[in-house]
Design a binder for this molecule. Sequence first.
Ligand SMILES: [Zn+2]
Length: 428
Amino acid sequence: MVFRPFLRHFRVAALGLLMPAVLASGGQLSPLAPKPDWTALDAYQKTITRQEFTRLINDVYTPDGAFWDFAKIDDTKMTVYSDMAKTEPLFTLQFAASEATEAPLPYAYKTKAISTDPDKPLKGIKIALDPGHIGGDWAQLEARYFKMGNDPSVEEAKLNMITCELLAERLKADGADIIWAKRGYEPVTHLRPDDLHREAIASLALHPDTTKRISDEVAIQGMINNEAALLFYRVAEIRARADVVNKQHPDLTICVHYNADDWGDDPTHPVLTEHSRLIIFVNGCYEKKAELTYDDYKYDLLRKLLDRTAVHEERGCALVGQEMLDTLKYPAETYPSIPGIHLKDSPSIHHVTDVPSVYARDLMANRLYHGPVIYCEGPYMNARDGYYRIIAGDYLGTRTIQGEDVPSIYRQYADSVEQGVLKYFGVK
Ligand SMILES: [Zn+2]
């Protein structure tokens, strides 16, 4: 399941009174974000033309034109500003005069197999695997857990880990080096919710919709505790994983998740829905209000764009996405049916490529991991056509589930991603 941390609207004017200083007009950072080192983008001077830069902004990163509220452009350069009045410049990018005169990129991610060994076609390729969520002692806090009657519990982190272990086995057999963003069921971040109360107060004060005064201290403390927990497992954890992965420069990063429809508030009586659908995400579609007001988001967007990962992510997501549709045989998500997403809340998601399950969406993981990222969502955990296969666990061969002989859903997921990855590197 994917997160959208900044869509929640808190009504916490009282918290605004506690933290008046954080609501400065420019230079805002999102919760737990380090101050961007804009000089690091100097390595990308003259690596892109104005035409290609503009195409990527308009087609991939802000199709609604939101980026231009914070930027000025002419034929030789683009300057990005902290504020919409464009008075606080952050960084100026010089353009290459033509494609032929583009300076080389500071780092080249391999997008084609280089192996000469037919038994190890991915030799020399580094692939990072990111099994989504923490799980274990934290599964219930993350709300990625439910259990129906005497059935085995369903914990998304576990499903993701089983799938990633199977995928790692296959990719290693193909010769790839595997980097783990996280393994097992302990957090990668050293922070815990109790360490994050100050940051939680600052984060709550950042929410724009702070209209209703809350005077009940117990309610405020509950809200702070809740926010601290969210910052722990949604933000600190993914930032820590990105630190681990980015140091090792993988050629490709694969995030593995299982999706779900809303199962209600009671994890002991989850609502089952009828049908699973599949979706896979490329990074893009940043939101003006919720994301681009933060300077760290502007930095991350530019870094992604300048690394020129968009074309590879689209190709990779289309290849893996098609394999998942063909192998798992669930239909693709259609826009209005994406769980938790309603058109009025989130205009910033759109379909890309000619594979129906590929959508552009800005998620923390596909934004913070450097290089191309393929962000997979597997079948719904709480759909009748996925649930019984999920609680059957992993097994060899086939089993009869709901009257059909089917292989392990985990193996099908891992197999389809492996096949897509091989195609991505030009092997099959
Ligand atoms: Zn998930």
